[in-house]
Design a protein around this ligand. Structure first.
Ligand code: ZN
Length: 470
């Protein structure tokens, strides 16, 4: 047994090419490493699911070969990226990866000096486990040395020595001390092998969870932050700041009571910002919202212009339609994936249709961006402007923001009855808290007394009103 790569006296340099070339193009070396990484992930997933429903032995074997080739190609590109010395190529045109290894060896370069930045390849294990192996290893001046022992016929033994333990003998002629060192080394190597296997298993399970998360689930809406606690102790009336603080908390509680936060997409981000800074300009709100998710937004403008459905609308995944690839359809992971995608898509579609109808029934233009959503909140009176010494317009949550029922009641006569009915049905379907001062019955009554020009389809009024609670 000889020293493995992991026991090299100096570690290999990890090469991570930048994503873009100097010209701003996407770096082929970076893309190749992603391809190698993905193929490694696919291999790990196949290993995890092999035999659970299908025997994937063949697929695993073919894919493993392809994966190994891609890993080699990533390694070759790392050698080129690191600009290690290479012998001149024999032919023109882009080299194959194996020719890079040949060129490197010809120039006296050790290809193992670098490795591509693929973090999955070697899951971390407890360093003690590796140290035990190192401690048990001894150098052999000549790994191919002949055994110093003698046979029963008193001849010199012709076998080679056991390596890695500083022994002078083959496995038959080991001295008791050498035998003990060999057993120690074997035990340490077994422990390391088991640790690596455990780490790989754990890695595969983590990878599968990540895949399910990435391909099958999208955050539908940021969870709404918890509202301020209630009941509150009575505010100290003589303290102006304390009073304003209590007022803002009460306003936020009242907003939660209306049900608006649960109806509006991405309202959690606005509320989070307002909890941080209850009296703010629209730009302030955008800045705080951006700072709360720096990995998602790079500027307040970007946040303001982002779609209200960003992160909610499910991704379009290029899966062949059901029935087109029966073998794929049969795969349990694909079935789960399809179900998630379908569920997500329907949930989003329901929300999108219902919310759009609600906005239209509030006699407001369609909302596209977060800036539109904030303008909508201002328009319907959730946010009101607050007196400030400067000329900038400061907004805060209205002390008692109008419920969706109230807004529809006030504005519903301006819109088509059918639209109003759709919006009201959607409020009921969402269990929107009722307005204590305004039973849904009265709001539905607006449909019947609507001043809007009846549309050719106004006979739909009746069907809309069937959702009316008794
Ligand atoms: Zn021997």
């Amino acid at each position: 047994m000889t020293r493995s790569r992991q026991d090299r006296p100096y570690p290999a340099r990890i090469i991570a090419p930048p994503r873009h070339t100097r010209d701003g193009d996407i770096s082929p070396a970076w893309l190749l490493m992603q391809a190698a990484q993905l193929s490694w992930e696919i291999r790990s997933i196949l290993q995890l699911i092999n035999g659970l429903r299908l025997n994937l032995g063949e697929e695993l074997q073919i894919h493993s070969e392809a994966s190994d080739m891609l890993l080699n190609a990533a390694h070759a590109t790392a050698i080129m990226e690191a600009q290690l010395p290479l012998a001149p190529a024999w032919s023109s045109g882009p080299p194959r990866s194996r020719s890079i290894f040949a060129q490197a060896r010809e120039a006296g370069t050790d290809p193992a000096d670098v490795r591509p930045d693929l973090h999955m390849l070697r899951p971390p294990i407890n360093p003690h486990v590796s140290n035990d192996v190192d401690a048990a290893l001894r150098d052999d001046p000549d790994p191919d040395a002949q055994c110093a022992g003698t046979t029963l016929k008193k001849d010199r033994c012709t076998k080679t020595i056991v390596t890695g333990i500083g022994s002078a003998h083959c496995s038959i002629h080991l001295t008791p001390a050498e035998r003990q060192r060999r057993d120690q080394l074997r035990a340490a190597q077994d422990r390391r092998l088991r640790a690596i296997q455990d780490a790989l298993d754990e890695q595969r399970i983590g990878l599968a969870a990540r895949w399910a998360d990435h391909y099958g689930r999208r955050p539908h809406r940021l969870e709404l932050p918890s509202p301020p606690g209630r009941p509150r102790r009575p505010a100290l009336v003589d303290d102006h700041v304390e009073l304003a603080f209590a007022e803002d908390e009460q306003a936020m509680l009242a907003l939660y009571d209306t049900g608006w936060p649960a109806l509006c997409p991405r309202s959690a981000e606005i509320i989070d910002a307002l909890l941080d800074w209850p009296r703010a300009t629209i730009t302030d709100v955008a800045i705080i919202a951006t700072e709360q998710r720096p990995e998602r937004w790079s500027s307040a403008e970007q946040w303001l212009e982002s779609s209200i459905w960003d992160g909610i609308r499910p991704p379009a995944l290029a899966l062949p339609a059901a029935g087109q690839a029966p073998e794929l359809d049969e795969h349990p992971a694909v079935q789960v994936l399809r179900r998630h995608l379908d569920d997500d898509h329907h949930a989003w579609q329901r929300w999108h249709t219902g919310f759009s109808a609600l906005v239209e029934a509030c006699d407001d233009p369609p909302l596209e961006t977060m800036a539109d959503l904030l303008a909508f909140w201002q328009d319907i009176g959730i946010l009101t402007s607050h007196d400030s010494a400067t000329n900038t317009l400061i907004w805060k949550v209205e002390k008692s923001p109008p419920s969706p029922w109230r807004v529809l009641y006030t504005r519903g006569h301006l819109v088509e009855p059918r639209l109003l009915a759709t919006a009201l049905d959607w409020l009921l379907a969402n269990d929107t808290p009722q307005d204590p001062d305004l039973p849904p019955r009265e709001v539905f009554h607006v449909i019947l007394t609507s001043n809007a020009q009846p549309s050719p389809a106004s006979d739909m009024v009746g069907s809309g009103a069937t959702g009316m609670p008794s």
